[in-house]
Design a protein around this ligand. Sequence first.
Ligand SMILES: NC(=O)c1ccc[n+]([C@@H]2O[C@H](COP(=O)([O-])OP(=O)(O)OC[C@H]3O[C@@H](n4cnc5c(N)ncnc54)[C@H](OP(=O)(O)O)[C@@H]3O)[C@@H](O)[C@H]2O)c1
Length: 268
Amino acid sequence: MHNKVVIITGGSSGIGLALAERFGRAGSKLFITGRNATDLNAAVETLKTKGITVAAFRADVSKEEDNKAMAEAAVRLYGTIDVLINNAGISMRALFAEVDLAVVKQVLDINFYGVLYATRYCLPEIIKNKGSVVGISSIAGFRGLPGRAGYSASKFALNGFLEVLRTELLKTGVHVLTACPGFTASNIRMRALTKDGTTQGDSPRAEEKMMTAEECADHIYRAVVKRKRTLILTTQGKLAVWLNKWWPSLADRLVYATFAKEANAPIR
Ligand SMILES: NC(=O)c1ccc[n+]([C@@H]2O[C@H](COP(=O)([O-])OP(=O)(O)OC[C@H]3O[C@@H](n4cnc5c(N)ncnc54)[C@H](OP(=O)(O)O)[C@@H]3O)[C@@H](O)[C@H]2O)c1
C-alpha cells in the first residue's frame, strides 16, 4: 500500500479514522471526507502528528455532486486514485411501524446511494490502476436486525451492488471487497437516528465490550492487501451469518431475544 492513493469516505471518526491511520502507517497517501469540518480538521491534525500524508475534503456522500468534486480533488492533489473505501455511514433505531419514512430514506441515501456515487466517480482511475473498491457493509447486510429497517436494507443493497460490481469487473483486474464488521466501538450508535429523525445521543450497548475500531481497521487493511472477496468480523457476527443461512427460523428468535435486551429496546 506504500504510495497508494486511498480515499476514505467518513474518515473523521470510528472505523474510517482507524483505517486512515492503518493505511497511513503503511505509507499510503490519504484523502478523507466527512460533513463536519471541525471533526475532519481534528482527524487531519491527529494523523499528521503521526507522520501520515493526508488531506481532507468536506463532502456529503448522499449528494452526487459532492462525490464528483471529491474524486476530481483527489486526482488534482495526488494524480490518481488506487483505493476507494466506502465507509461513510449512519444507523437508525426505531420500529418500522413507527419510524418516519424520511429516516429510512436518509439512511439509504447515505449508506447505499453514497456508495454508488463515490464508486462511479472514482472508478475510471481505479480501473487504470487495477486498484480496489471497498464497501464497509455490516453483519446487518446478511441478517435483518429489528429496529434497523433502513440500515439493514441499505447494507443488503450494498452487498448486492458490490457483487454485481465485482462480477462486471472480473476481467479488469479491479478488486472489490465486501467488508462486514460486527459490533465495533465507535460513534455510530450515539449518532443513530430515532423514529422522528433526532439522534439517539447514547449507545444502548456496552461499547467497551466490542471490537475496537483499530482492530477492525487492521482486519480490513489485511483483506485489501490480500485482495479478499468478503470479510466477516467478530465471532458473534460469523455465527449470525452461519446460523441465518442454515437455520433461519432459529436465527429469527435469537436475534429478537438479543435485541430485546438492549437498553430502551423498541421490541420487548
Ligand atoms: N461500529 C459498528 O458497530 C459497525 C458495525 C458494522 C458496520 N459498520 C459500518 O462502518 C462504517 C463506519 O461507521 P463507524 O462505526 O465508524 O461510525 P462513526 O464513528 O459514526 O463514523 C461515521 C463516519 O461517517 C461520516 N459520515 C456520516 N454520514 C456521512 C455523509 N452523509 N457523508 C460523508 N460522511 C458521512 C461521519 O462524519 P460526518 O458525520 O461529519 O459526516 C464519520 O466520519 C459505517 O458504514 C457503518 O455502517 C459499523
